[in-house]
Design a protein. Structure first.
Length: 86
């Protein structure tokens, strides 16, 4: 059975997306004004001084965690009657 969202739920979901994207945009704009120091410069790595590295790193980490959680949910899923007394 596929779940259908009501019009009010669709509107609230759209508002949540807009607010989330606005918050992400504000974070990206604020990050442009921050001076970042290279933490791994002695190893020849300066990617952490790039503008928007930390917001994109956080977004990527959250994305990976969601994919891992969804994969685990599929892998650990039980049948609806798993706890039923037969």
């Amino acid at each position: 059975m596929k779940y259908e969202m009501t019009p009010q739920e669709k509107r609230l979901a759209a508002i949540a997306w807009i607010v989330g994207l606005l918050v992400l945009g504000v974070i990206i704009l604020i990050d442009l004004g921050v001076h970042h120091h290279a933490h791994f410069e002695k190893d020849g790595l300066t990617f952490d001084t790039l503008p928007e590295f930390y917001p994109m790193f956080g977004f990527g980490a959250a994305f990976v965690l969601i994919i891992v959680a969804k994969t685990l949910a599929i892998a650990l899923k039980r049948k609806d009657t798993f706890y039923a007394d037969d």
